[in-house]
Design a protein around this ligand. Structure first.
Ligand SMILES: Cc1cc2nc3c(=O)[nH]c(=O)nc-3n(C[C@H](O)[C@H](O)[C@H](O)COP(=O)(O)O)c2cc1C
Length: 165
């Protein structure tokens, strides 16, 4: 089963987080996960992916304009029925990353995706809307981003493992 992590990253933090999320996805047997910057997506891989997770930096307490632009222009990209999730980076814990996450999750709903984070249902570590990385805590929180990827891939396996890609 394929899983894709799509992200925008100018300074590299969101890319590092994308790599950690993909690492977690690959911990689930049978999952092939790849990361793609938004301007360099393998369309065939994306089409075959059962889970698609988006990573965004926080810009002015919301998603960055590059991610918003991608959604505004990607109406021909069919993600319907796929499992979706989101993660965000920010400089500060109080910098508005939850709003950035909610904006991305809203786009996933508009796309007809099945939106998932694991929520509190899976216990500790709690991941409600999606994981957030602030610059002070990246390394210590890295296991959380791996866990998020693993949870997304596990749910996708539960939902889709018996289907052909
Ligand atoms: C235009 C701009 C606006 C930003 N606004 C916020 C903000 O509102 N809150 C915050 O915590 N960080 C803010 N940041 C910091 C970025 O979210 C943070 O550095 C992020 O990790 C950058 O991701 P990247 O390294 O993948 O590009 C802003 C950065 C830029 C360039």
């Amino acid at each position: 089963m394929k899983a894709a992590v799509l992200y925008f990253s100018k300074g590299g933090h969101t890319k590092k987080m994308a790599e950690a999320v993909a690492e977690g996805m690959r911990m689930v047997a049978g999952v092939q996960a790849e990361i793609f910057p938004l301007d360099s997506i393998d369309a065939e891989f994306l089409k075959e992916s059962k889970a698609v997770v988006f990573g965004t930096p926080t810009y002015y307490a919301n998603t960055c304009w590059q991610v918003k632009k991608w959604f505004d222009e990607s109406w021909e990209t069919d993600l319907s029925g796929k499992l979706g999730g989101a993660f965000a980076t920010a400089d500060y814990a109080q910098g508005g990353a939850d709003v950035a996450l909610q904006t991305v999750l809203s786009h996933l709903l508009v796309k007809g995706m099945l939106v998932y984070s694991g929520g509190s249902a899976l216990g500790q570590p709690y991941i409600h809307l999606g994981p957030v990385c602030s610059k002070e805590t990246f390394e210590q929180s890295r296991p959380l981003y791996v866990t998020f990827g693993e949870r997304i891939a596990q749910k996708a396996q539960e939902l889709f493992a018996k289907q052909k890609s």
